[in-house]
Design a protein around this ligand. Sequence first.
Ligand code: PMP
Length: 429
Amino acid sequence: MPRTTQTLISDRRRYLGPNVSTFYDEPVHVVRGEDVWLWDADGRKYLDCYNNVPHVGHCNPRVVEAICRQASTLNTHTRYLHDGILDYVARLTGTMDDSLDSAILTCTGSEANDIALRMAEAMTGKRGIIATDATYHGNTALVSQLSTSNPPKTGFGLGQYFRFVEAPDSYRRPDPDGTLFAEAVAEQIARHEAEGTGFAALLICPYFLNEGFPDHPDGWLRPVADVVRRAGGLLICDEVQSGFGRTGTHLWAHEKMGVVPDILTLGKPMGNGHPVGGVVTRSEILQRFREGYRYFNTFGGNPVSCAAAMAVLDELDDRDLVAQAAIVGNHARARLRALGERHAVIGDVRGSGLVFGAEFVLDRDSREPAVAYTDRVVNALRQEGFLLSKLGRHRNTLKIRPPMPFTTAHADSLIDALDDVLSRLPVTP
Ligand code: PMP
C-alpha cells in the first residue's frame, strides 16, 4: 500500500528522526520527474523552478543512458586503473584557467569543502578560515562550523578556527567596487593573525548564492583576492551552486567575478543527481595535501559517477544551455522588474542567468523585510503548481534556480502565476 501524505510525514519522523525538514506547508510527494517537470502521487504536474541538482533536466535521457551503460559494464573504486576519471578530470580542468590542473573527486560538496580547508592548512601551515555570516558550505564536523544561521551545538571545538564577515548585500549596503568587503576580510585576517591562529583561507561562493545573490559588477572579487594573497592565504571558491554555467555569462562564477581561485569546490549539479563532487586545484597544492594526508574516497570518482558527470558536460555543450540560461534569465528579470511597477512589495530584482529572484519588502523606503509574506507567496505558488523557495540573510528573497533547460515560456508561466498570487495576497507583516 502506498503511504498517504500524512503517513509519509509521520514515518519520516519515526524513521529519520526530528529536524529533517521538508519544503512547503503542504509538502509535495513527488514520484516522477522529466526535464523541468515534476509529478506528485496524484498525477499533478509542477514546474520545477528551484532544483539545480538535475542541472540538465530531471531524468535527462543522455545522463540516464550513460549511468546505465557504465553501471552494466563496471563500477568500482579508484584503486584500479580506469579511463573514466582521467577523461573527466582532463575535460573539466580544460574548461578552467591553466593553473587549475588537477582534482580530487568526492561524493558531496561538503567533502569537497572539507578537503579544501585541509589543503589550505597543508599549504599555509595555518588554520584560520574566513567566510560570510549568511552562508552554508556543508555538513562535515569542520565545514558545518561555517553556518551562523544554524550553528551546530557540537563540532569538536573546531569553531575556534572560523571568523565571519558580513555577507555582501547590494540592496541594503551597496559596495559597488568590492572595497568594503575586502576591508572587512582584511580586518578578520588581522584578528586571526593577532590571536595566533594565523590566516589560511577565505572560503566563499563567488556569486554569494546562499546569501541572496547580490548584484555586483563583473570583476567584483578582485580587491578581496588581492587582500587574501597579500596576507599569504588561499582563495577557495565554493561553486557547488554557482558552477556549471548557472550564471549564464560564464561556465564558472569565479571567472565572472574576475578571479582565479587557488581551490575550487564543486558538487550538486555535477552529476545531475548522481552523487559526485570535486576539488580542483593547482598541482602543487594537491601534492602538498597528499604529502600530509593519505586521502582515499571509496565512492568518489567511480566510473559511474564519471560517466554521469561527463554526460552533463556533453549536454551543456551540445544544447548550448549556458547561453540559453543567459537569455532566459534576462527575459525573466525584465518581466520581474515590470511586475515591480505594479507590486510595491517587490523591493529589488537580482540575479544572473538561471539564478534570480525578487526581494520582498513591507515598505520600499524602510526596506523592512516581508519575511512572512515571502513564505505565503512560496506556498501559494506551490499550490498553483510552481515549485521554488526563498533565501537570503532576511529570508525574504525568492530563490528561482531551475534546471538549465528552463525556457522563456516556462519563465513567463511562472511570472504570470506570481503576478496572480501577488494581486491576490494582501501584503501584511
Ligand atoms: N556548498 C554550498 C554553496 C551548498 O549550497 C551546499 C549544499 N546546499 C554545499 C556546499 C554542501 O553540499 P552537499 O550537500 O553535497 O554536501
